[in-house]
Design a protein. Structure first.
Length: 454
């Protein structure tokens, strides 16, 4: 629904503080559960459930690729949804409950023998990913339905980054001591109760997002007149979306690698177990700060130049950390600069997807918010799977064993912590160099309005 003044000029309604906070709460909800998986599931499987690291690499990869294939179809489902609550919002409240339940079951592997534990882990991990798509694809598609103002979208993208950061900080900073406290010596019980608490909070924050946010610009079930094949064909013809997708996959491969390997790096390379509760929260703490400055930063530099600058600084700082392992304060200083710059580069990804929706309507006459936003969920899961699987394979090939970490395993941990992220940052810079929508949003929006008024 467009709101026009007497002269026929579009005057979009401004979003209130409650609605903006409600939108940010959605990624807080996602990350309370999903970052527990990304940051600690591999460690939980190897050191608590006693599942082989090599087996886990294959399991992570197969499970994530299987449920990622479903993401575009979930996007089409969202585009075809028609309820009194809208197209995207119903999924936030109705799917979040089973998503929370599976979050608990994933961290409750029963002692049913090696084969039984592998089967249980695979099924719960796969189902959790499917439910994550059913709640996160609609959430990602919500932003272009809420506002068409590019500056407001960047504010919302920043708030989403803030919500994501707060969720990740809570999980990464508190999980290790939380599990020890709750478990009272029983690690399995500690992990189950911790997952239960995070999942309950996740359901509550999704409910707040549902209640606070409104869909203003969703076309009514537009995909009913377009076959899934035709919808996917327009998606593949959307060049900015392909840039966003490649950028997102590379970003989440990097993030998945860092989250999975940091626990081992702190324990075995730095020999500082307490550093886990410093390094992992710092990733999200700097992303929170980046979310607060993202709107003015990208307003000045645009997404292409702004991201290239941020990635350059982040890559240089990250590659410098290897020289300061013996001095943790200096190591942490470079780590802080790197995570701040990289966090800034992540905040633009969500608004890039919203810009792709505008491009889709401008070029093809249909918005397909769900289908285009499914790319973010796909990128999150495939990227995280490749990152986690890469770490698991690397540790397995290097002969990692919790009770004896040899030189080859230490080398593998260092390569995974330093080398892989720098390579992926360089590839992200290559991808974003092809972004060409900076400065085009107002022109596209004006042309869309002219078509609607004709």
């Amino acid at each position: 629904m467009d709101i026009t003044g007497k002269a026929g000029v579009r005057t979009d309604p401004r979003l209130g503080l409650r609605e903006k906070l409600g939108y940010g709460a959605g990624d807080l909800a996602s990350n309370l559960s999903w970052n527990l998986v990304g940051g600690f599931l591999l460690y939980y499987y190897t050191d608590v459930a006693a599942i082989s690291a090599g087996v886990l690499g294959t399991m992570f990869l197969i499970a994530r690729l299987l449920d990622a294939i479903v993401d575009p179809f979930i996007g089409i489902l969202v585009d075809r949804t028609r309820t009194r609550w809208g197209k995207a919002r119903p999924y936030l409240v109705f799917v979040s409950v089973p998503f929370g339940i599976l979050g608990v079951l994933t961290f409750t592997v029963p002692d049913v023998g090696d084969t039984g534990k592998i089967i249980y882990a695979f099924l719960t991990y796969l189902t959790l990913g499917l439910l994550f798509s059913l709640v996160n694809v609609p959430y990602s598609s919500l932003l272009p339905m809420m506002t068409r103002d590019s500056h407001e979208r960047m504010q919302m993208g920043g708030l989403r980054a803030v919500g994501s950061s707060i969720g990740t900080i809570i999980v990464t900073a508190t999980t290790t001591p939380f599990v020890a406290l709750l478990g009272g010596g029983d690690a399995q019980f500690g992990w189950t109760v911790a997952a239960l608490i995070y999942s309950a909070l996740s359901v509550g924050f999704f409910a707040f997002t549902f209640a606070a946010c409104k869909e203003r610009y969703a076309l009514p079930a537009e995909s009913e007149s377009m076959s899934p094949r035709a919808a996917v064909r327009t998606l593949l013809g959307n060049r900015p979306w392909k840039v966003t997708f490649a950028y997102g996959v590379l970003n989440f491969v990097r993030l998945g690698t860092v989250l999975a390997v940091t626990v081992y790096f702190a324990l075995e390379v730095l020999h500082k177990p307490w550093a886990i509760s410093v390094l992992l929260p710092m990733v999200s703490g700097m992303m929170l700060l980046a979310g607060l400055v993202a709107a003015p930063y990208y307003r000045r530099f645009g997404k292409r130049r702004g991201n290239l600058q941020a990635l350059l600084v982040g890559g240089l700082a990250w590659s410098s950390m290897i020289f300061f392992e013996a001095s943790f304060p200096l190591f942490l200083a470079f780590y802080t600069v790197a995570t701040l710059a990289i966090g800034l580069s992540m905040t633009s990804m969500f608004t890039m997807t919203a810009d792709c929706v505008e491009y889709q309507q401008w070029r093809y006459g249909t918005r397909n918010e769900g289908l285009l936003s499914s790319g973010i969920s796909f990128a999150t899961k495939v990227g995280s799977a490749l990152g986690s699987a890469g770490v698991a394979y690397g540790l397995g090939l290097a002969g990692y064993a919790p009770d004896h970490v040899g030189d080859s395993a230490l080398t593998a941990i260092r390569v995974l912590f330093y080398g892989a992220p720098v390579l992926l940052i360089a590839l992200q810079a290559w991808a974003i160099a092809y972004w060409d929508l900076d400065g085009e949003h107002e022109r596209m929006a004006a042309e869309i309005d002219r078509r609607e008024n004709d």
